[in-house]
Each structure stands twice: as structure tokens, then as C-alpha cells.
Design a protein around this ligand. Structure first.
Ligand code: NIG
Ligand code: FE
Length: 421
């Protein structure tokens, strides 16, 4: 067997291979299954051999004529999985920033027609091609920072035509980038102006028209709802998510981001794959998630951009909840870099850098139901690998907030590298 590409002499190769694809919990989150002087052989986009350099070389029949990249003193990890983003939208929101600085809250800005409603206007006015172009440029930056799988939500169209346009724009990314892309229908992201004061009627539209249209074109793997005071309450969220489940979508939820509304309990009740944000979740809500096996996806860059308290990551890990991390990239939290999220996770949520690595790889892959193909470096998985200029996991917290990428391999292709010619 002659591979297409060999990575060898990797200082620390963190394979994350020990869980049989399950998310890591508790103490396991610090175990990364590290091979020193590691190597990976890649063929046709897949990993075909993993181990020490000498083992892999003897397995693939020596090194002659195989393109080889030597990576001493570096750490290689499974490509990062960013499992919660709002990637496709029109316009930008620097104008809201003046209101933020003047002390207005997220909900006050939304009620004043800013926030999501500001982006709604720009997104409705944009063509599908413009949305694809915008999403492409954000996703490309993510890729350059080591993200090889990204989830992308709709939610700035808020009527059938425009929600479909956003999901089609996301779908078009598949052919343009070597990243894995998971799409989520978030038609219940806000109540659009034409339904002001008629939230239940809008919920009917989501259930009767949008979900069937999205399902008919097979445009979304997941359905998500912004379950929040003043947006969609628990009962409205339940109805939407049950309809999406019936239409074959898996479920995610924006839960307890701004007030404690019972979103975590609802996510557990409905068997959601993940409940996301969880800034205000009660102990009972977390217990319910633990029993249901719902992944806790934490988004510290949002807490930073809202200037609020961070989620109780330590408590969640200690009680045994599987924790994933993501950027929540959106026009209110316009940062694609998981290195910023990593810094906040360590410094503000007191996560250990090893826990952070598990949260961004195998656990995040589980949050997208993709642990069979990504999230660890194992034979048969997609060759998605990020190599960092970083000798050990602890260094990742020490050199905070900067892009430490040396090489990114996505679907077997070297898409970024600092190697000279
Ligand atoms: O996850 N809160 C709801 N949705 C996003 C923000 C979207 C926006 O403000 O455009 C979030 O924080
Ligand atoms: Fe979000």
C-alpha cells in the first residue's frame, strides 16, 4: 500500500483514539492518546496508518518516493470541529457596537430593530451567491486556523424563501471547500417584523411551511431554535423541534443563553444531540442532560461579546457531562478563530488545555453526529489533521489567542503550511 502523503517525526501526535467514537467525559477529557515521534499515512483522503514513525514507515513499506512532511517539536491533532456557527448572512453589525458601548443589552438592541433583525434585512436583500461568497470567506479563515469541519445555521431569512436561500448557499460550499459542512435549519431564530406580536402564527409558519420545504430539499441535518424569553418559549420550541424530528432532522437548541428558561430540560426531554450556550442553566437542567446523554456545547466567545458570566464548565465536567466547545461565529460575535475560544475556555472557564482539545475534536464531532468519520486520528477516518507550532497541550493555553497553525490537512489535502518550497 503506497500512501499519497506521510507525516512523520511528529513531536506529539494526539490521536484522541481511545473512546470508540464516544464523547469523553470527566477525567477522560484530559487523556489525548498521545504518540511521541508519531506518524500518519494518508491515502485518497483517508487515514491509512497511525503510530510511531518507525511503525508507520515499516507498515507502508519504507519512505521511498512518498511525499513526506517532517514535523519535529510540533503537535498534531484531529482537525478542529466547530459545531455551532451562524456562517451565512448578509451585511455586518459594527453599527450595533455603539449601542453596546452605550450599555444597551443584547435584547434591548434586538427590540430596537438591531441585532438579528438588522442582519435579517441585509440577508433578505442579498443574493444566494453573495451569501455563499460571504460564508466562503469566513469558512476559509476558519480553515486557516485549523477548523476542518464546521456547522452552519440558517436563521437570518425568517421566511420560507429566504431560509431556503441561506441553506442553499451553505449547500454550495460543499463543492468549494475541502471542509466537512453540517447544515442546521434555524428558522425560529427571531420573530420577523411582519409577525410582530403574532409569535404563535410564526411558529405555525415554521412548522407547516418551512420545515416541510427544508426537508423536501434535504437541506438540513439539524434543527435548532432560539429558546429564550421574548423570543420562543419552551412550548413553542417543543412544537417546532417535534415537527423537525418528525421530518427526519436531529435536534439542537440555543438553551438558557440570557435567562434560565428550561431550554436544557427541553433539550434532554427531546433527545437533542446538544444543548448550546447554557450560561444560565439550573443544576436540574444539567442533570437532565446528563441522563439523556445530551452534549453541552459551550460558546465562551459569546459570553465575551455579551460581557456576561461564562458557563460553568468545571462543574459540568466534574458532574460527567460531555462538554464540547465552539465559536458561535455570528454577526454579534464575529470571530472565526477557535484560538480565541481556546484562550477564553482556559482563562475564563478554567478548562485544562487537554480538556479543551477533547472538547474541540471528539466531543464536537459527537455534537454533529460525525464521530464515525472525524474527531480523532484513526485508520479509516477522514484525513483531517491540524499541526500546531506547539510542543505540548499546555503550550496551547500559554500562547493564548494567536493562530498557532503550522499545517492544515483537510480531506487528505495540505491546505495550509508554513513549510518552505
Ligand atoms: O447564538 N442568540 C441567538 N443566536 C446567536 C446570535 C445571533 C445574532 O445575534 O445574530 C447566538 O448568540
Ligand atoms: Fe448561536
Amino acid at each position: 500500500m503506497k500512501p499519497d502523503l506521510l507525516l512523520t517525526k511528529i513531536g506529539q501526535l494526539a490521536t484522541l483514539a481511545a473512546t470508540n467514537g464516544k464523547p469523553k467525559t470527566g477525567e477522560e477529557m484530559r487523556e489525548l492518546s498521545i504518540v511521541e515521534d508519531g506518524a500518519v499515512a494518508i491515502k485518497e483522503g483517508l487515514i491509512v496508518s497511525v503510530g510511531t514513525t518507525s511503525d508507520v514507515l515499516s507498515q507502508v513499506g519504507g519512505e521511498s518516493a512518498i511525499p513526506q512532511i517532517e514535523l519535529p517539536n510540533m503537535m498534531a491533532l484531529p482537525g478542529f470541529v466547530d459545531s455551532h456557527t451562524h456562517l451565512a448572512f448578509g451585511g455586518s453589525r459594527e453599527n450595533d457596537f455603539a449601542m453596546k458601548l452605550a450599555g444597551k443589552t443584547y435584547m434591548e438592541i434586538l427590540e430596537a430593530g438591531g441585532g438579528i433583525l438588522n442582519t435579517l434585512r441585509a440577508t433578505r436583500a442579498a443574493t444566494k451567491e453573495t451569501l455563499t461568497k460571504n460564508a466562503f470567506s469566513f469558512a476559509e479563515r476558519m480553515l486557516s486556523e485549523g477548523t476542518t469541519t464546521v456547522e452552519a445555521k440558517s436563521g437570518y431569512g425568517l421566511n420560507t424563501e429566504n431560509e431556503l436561500k441561506i441553506l442553499q448557499a451553505i449547500d454550495d460550499l460543499h463543492t468549494k471547500l475541502p471542509m466537512g459542512i453540517a447544515s442546521t435549519f434555524l428558522g425560529a431564530h427571531a420573530v420577523p417584523p411582519e409577525y410582530e406580536g403574532k409569535t404563535d402564527d410564526f411558529v405555525e409558519l415554521v412548522i407547516k411551511e418551512m420545515i416541510p420545504a427544508v426537508a423536501a430539499e434535504n437541506l438540513a441535518e439539524f434543527c435548532d431554535v432560539f429558546c429564550e424569553k421574548g423570543v420562543f418559549d419552551v412550548e413553542q420550541s417543543r412544537r417546532i423541534l417535534l415537527a423537525a424530528k418528525d421530518a427526519g432532522m436531529k435536534i439542537k437548541l440555543h438553551a438558557d443563553e440570557i435567562v434560565q428558561l428550561g431550554g436544557a430540560e427541553l433539550a434532554a426531554e427531546l433527545g437533542a444531540v446538544s444543548a448550546d450556550h447554557l450560561l444560565m442553566t439550573s443544576d436540574d437542567g444539567l442533570e437532565a442532560m446528563l441522563k439523556a446523554g445530551t452534549i453541552a456545547t459551550l460558546l465562551p466567545a459569546t459570553a465575551f461579546s455579551l460581557n456576561t458570566e461564562y458557563a460553568r464548565a468545571r462543574h459540568m465536567i466534574e458532574m460527567g457531562l460531555p462538554v464540547a466547545l465552539a465559536t458561535d461565529f455570528n454577526p454579534n460575535c464575529a470571530n472565526e478563530s477557535l484560538f480565541f475560544t481556546i484562550a477564553l475556555s482556559c482563562y475564563k472557564m478554567k478548562m485544562h488545555p487537554r480538556e479543551v482539545i477533547s472538547a474541540l475534536t471528539i466531543n464536537a464531532a459527537n455534537a454533529l453526529n460525525r464521530a464515525d468519520t472525524v474527531g480523532s486520528i484513526e485508520v479509516g477516518k477522514r484525513a483531517d489533521i491540524v499541526v500546531l507550532e506547539c510542543p505540548n497541550p499546555e503550550y496551547l493555553a500559554y500562547r493564548f489567542g494567536i493562530n498557532l497553525v503550522h499545517t492544515v490537512i483537510a480531506n487528505g489535502e495540505v491546505v495550509h503550511t508554513k513549510l518552505g518550497p
